[in-house]
Design a protein around this ligand. Structure first.
Ligand SMILES: [Zn+2]
Length: 299
């Protein structure tokens, strides 16, 4: 058990709905510090099953046989499934979260999409953590309530990241988790500026389809004027917005008393019109393939 025996910190980050080609196109100097971008395959097509798999030991699996940290087939896994010599951390609890709680680590989460809202009685994901901060839309908020000013009024975890980082550093060793909804529909961050009318219309149209998972009609307005490509660009800008906030966080971690293992991945990808689909929850390659980075800071 290399990591826990060494008393190392762990930071696990999910960038919700972020596609592989979004990560390729975005300028991400902070994420690049962790190591090369790896294309991996997720076990879940939407937030709940994907995170349940990750916390249970099934992180996205690299598609081209790359090893985590250059050496390990898995970063963490339950001992009944792990081949211990090729797994970085082996745990004997139901989840990697509980493993760190029982091992005495300060364990806390911060999120983003409504599956992480502790105010919802059925939310099982935040309930895995002794403490969870939520900064995001309330479940059931209308997906078509889009206007030009959405980028500046959307509640986002990046606003809380500085305080969250201070809390982690005051309580080493820690297991910290962050779910960023910035890259999730409606893909808006303050970095996007004010939305133009075509983009507002496109997001409203996607919002009307996103949870019905029905194919777009040939007469959909989304096929006009590169609207879906422009929405995809919003996700690229959202990832760059997240990366700009991760830069100071990683710099702060470089001054921590202990080394920190940092794992960043998307929980699933997103369809932007391929096979006439938008959103996620489908089994297309754009949803099943996800970007992943893993590396150490201050080790
Ligand atoms: Zn998700």
């Amino acid at each position: 058990m290399a990591s826990t025996a060494a008393g190392e910190n762990t930071l696990f980050i999910t960038i919700d709905s972020c596609r592989v080609d979004t990560a390729v196109r975005a300028v991400t100097p902070a994420l690049d510090r962790l190591g090369p971008l790896v294309v991996a395959e997720t076990a879940g097509t939407f937030t709940l099953p994907a995170h349940w798999a990750f916390f249970s030991g099934f992180l996205p699996k690299p598609r081209n046989g790359e090893h985590f940290l250059g050496r390990y087939e898995q970063l963490w896994s339950h001992d009944c499934r792990a081949w211990k010599r090729s797994t970085y951390t082996v745990f004997e609890t139901p989840t990697i979260v509980e493993h760190h709680v029982r091992s005495g680590y300060f364990t806390i989460g911060l999120g983003g999409v409504p599956f992480f809202d502790p105010a919802i009685p059925s939310s099982i994901l935040p309930a895995l953590f002794p403490s969870f901060r939520y900064r995001g839309e309330r479940a059931g908020a209308p997906t078509t309530a889009i206007d030009a000013d959405l980028p500046t009024r959307r509640p986002l975890p990046t606003e809380r990241l500085g305080k969250f980082t201070e809390q982690l550093l005051r309580n080493e060793p820690f297991f910290g988790f962050v779910n960023f909804p910035e890259t999730h529909f409606p893909y808006c961050t303050p970095g996007a500026g004010t939305l133009d009318d075509h983009t507002v219309d496109a997001l409203r149209e996607i919002g009307g389809h996103i949870y019905r998972r029905a194919a777009l009609g040939e007469d959909s307005a989304l096929w006009k004027e590169d609207r879906l490509q422009n929405v995809h660009k919003l996700q690229v800008r959202a990832l760059e917005w997240v990366d700009r906030h991760l830069g100071p966080m990683f710099t702060a971690l470089s001054g921590a008393a202990r080394g920190t293992l940092v794992v960043v991945c998307a929980d699933h990808g997103e369809s932007f019109g391929e096979q006439r689909l938008v959103g996620h929850g489908n089994t297309s390659p754009e949803v099943l393939h996800v970007p992943l980075w893993a590396g150490h800071i201050n080790r």
